[in-house]
Unconditional design. Structure first.
Length: 224
């Protein structure tokens, strides 16, 4: 009985280590896709293939061998492109994340994700800077607007948390808008604090997930 318990404990320990390894790999964007992530794409691909085969058969009866040959040439070009764009790593590089992927990111990974989402929306982004725990992302819009993104592990955006924003050397330069991103919910105290300060915006977890799901930032936050 003692040996059975010891073996079971070792199995549980291995499972826990595997789960932790998978969590770390997902946070780093190095873990492969799960079945639920690729199932919709596979279902759509099967439907498209069935429709394509039916169309090729009808074209062959009408026009001869030229139709299937043209279809094969088109597939040889299109399939690698479509499969590559549907892969999670390629999707994330284009600034599109699932809610599960956003939840699994650490502070550094979240800063990278926000940088990619800003580029997806047309912003010019500087690499994340600052400490690993609280990195910052700075971006500029083609219209000249500037944005600085700060991240909060806990939703407490109080004045003494971070040093003041660096101002431009030009006295007449407009300071950047400060966007505070948090994967949870902001308290009433947080909202009141932000409203009392010019150029501060809050993005909670619900808005962040919509942004990651390809909704443009300017449709979620009134930046100007």
């Amino acid at each position: 009985m003692a040996m059975w318990r010891s073996t079971t404990g070792r199995r549980d320990s291995r499972r826990a280590r595997r789960r932790e390894t998978v969590r770390v790999l997902r946070a780093q964007g190095r873990h492969g896709p799960e079945l639920r992530e690729v199932l919709p794409a596979l279902t759509g691909l099967v439907l498209v293939l069935c429709a394509g085969v039916a169309g090729i058969a009808a074209g062959y009866r009408s026009l001869g061998l030229v139709v299937p040959l043209a279809a094969l040439a088109l597939l040889a070009v299109a399939v690698p492109v479509v499969v590559g764009r549907l892969r999670p790593p390629a999707r994330r590089r284009r600034g599109r994340y699932t809610a599960e992927e956003i939840a699994a990111l650490d502070a550094e990974g979240l800063a990278l994700a926000v940088s990619r989402m800003l580029r997806r929306d047309g912003w010019s982004v500087r690499p994340p800077s600052g400490e690993r725990v609280r990195p910052r992302v700075r971006a500029r819009h083609p219209r000249g607007h500037r944005l600085e993104v700060a991240f909060r592990p806990v939703a407490e955006p109080l004045p003494d948390e971070d040093p003041p924003l660096a101002r431009s050397r030009r006295a007449d330069a407009e300071p950047p808008v400060l966007l505070i991103v948090h994967r949870g919910s902001f308290s009433g105290r947080d909202v009141r604090w932000a409203r009392q300060r010019t150029g501060v915006r809050l993005m909670d977890g619900a808005l962040l997930r919509r942004w990651a799901d390809d909704t443009s930032l300017d449709r979620l936050i009134d930046l100007w």
